[in-house]
Write a protein that binds this ligand. Sequence first.
Ligand code: HEM
Length: 420
Amino acid sequence: MSHRESRFFLVLALLAFLTAATTGAILRFGLFLGMPSWIHNFGAVRHAHSHLMYFGWGTVALMALIWTRLPGLTGRPLARGVRAQMVATSAVALLSFPAFWSNGYGLTRVGSLELPLGSMVAVLNILSWIVFVVLYVRSTRRLAERPLPLQLWDWAIVLMMVASAGAVSLGVEVTLDLRNPFLQQAGLHLFLDLFAVGWFTLALLGLVWDWLGQRVALPDWLPSQSLATALALTFFLGMSPSLVPPGLFWVAALANLVAGILLAWHLVQLWKRRAQLPRLAWFGMAALALHVSIAVTLLWPDLWRWSGGTQLRIFFLHNLLLGWLSSMLLALILAEQVRLARPVLQLAEGAWILSVATMLAALLGLGFVQFLPVPGHVWLEVAAWASLGPILTGGLTLAGLLLTQEAPVSMAPFPEVTGD
Ligand code: HEM
């Protein structure tokens, strides 16, 4: 597969980002000005936003970058079928947006039928990820040694599959009309939370360590399996506190502490090598450091119970997904794939850092609104205006990708598929 093709999938990922970010900005303005009349179901549109971000932006961009880097690590061509898998994964990811738009995971009338459109498209996405896993295993099996990025991707993929079981269980619950709040919440958070802290975070760490491994010596050892095991248990903390028995809370809280320590270990090692990383990546690392620090405070059960009733969840999610995941992905794409004139690059990075930091601060302000002298509508307004910044940076990156002709200097080539 040529560079042109790998770039094609990053273009699709950025289109998904721009569509979902524009939807998010419309929701943000709607929250303080009133929703536009064509948004009939806020919850469903929020699902359309979050699923397009997960499936179309995060997942497609990570997979495209992993496929690009893998041959350089294994010394082998990719297994046959990668291109078809990427076409299928991108297509069903983009489909998730219309599928979730009207009723989310609920039933939507199509002609004379009532169909769980969101769940059906989620299953199609999961099937395409299973193909990704099969091709990844075929491309990497029986290697004499597995370098750190590969170890992290191995575990990222395991957690992606575990998280997918949550989305499947949501679909099964809707289809069978099961109304068990514990199962409903467990399925939702197994998917939403573990997909983000498991698949996204470990896959991204693998990409960053691979980037660094091309430039400087890597540490002899860093946690991957232990980190994945600890992360796998943390999703219970995302559930509504009234549904989580104390025993389960303590298992999840201790796992969260261990995961926080292991992630901090990665962060310290990354920070020591920060001179080799783009500035936008520093911002991403700061967001991950904030995430780890907050995660540790959840050991205090009263704080966890209290925060469940506030807007802090939206802050916590976006700090991880926008602050860490999206900043780091954009940093890697801008550094590796795009040649922008220096002032344009500075505008893109500056607009991102300023707007994302402002939006996160406003979401934090909303979370603590009852203790602050600033009323809620001010935080909502600030968050809404700040939501325009990511659209500007996403648009500049997309334009840069489309306009950059020459092959990137720093990447291993994406070789022709020969099959095995
Ligand atoms: C680009 C800027 C973004 C904006 C303006 C934005 C906006 C929003 C808004 C307005 C909500 C609903 C908040 C509420 O219910 O009070 C939301 C929820 C959410 N967003 Fe974003 N968002 C952005 C980026 C992202 C990214 C990058 C991701 C993931 C990669 C993401 C994933 C989510 C998730 C998972 C939810 C919660 C969904 C749920 O609870 O059903 N967002 N976002």
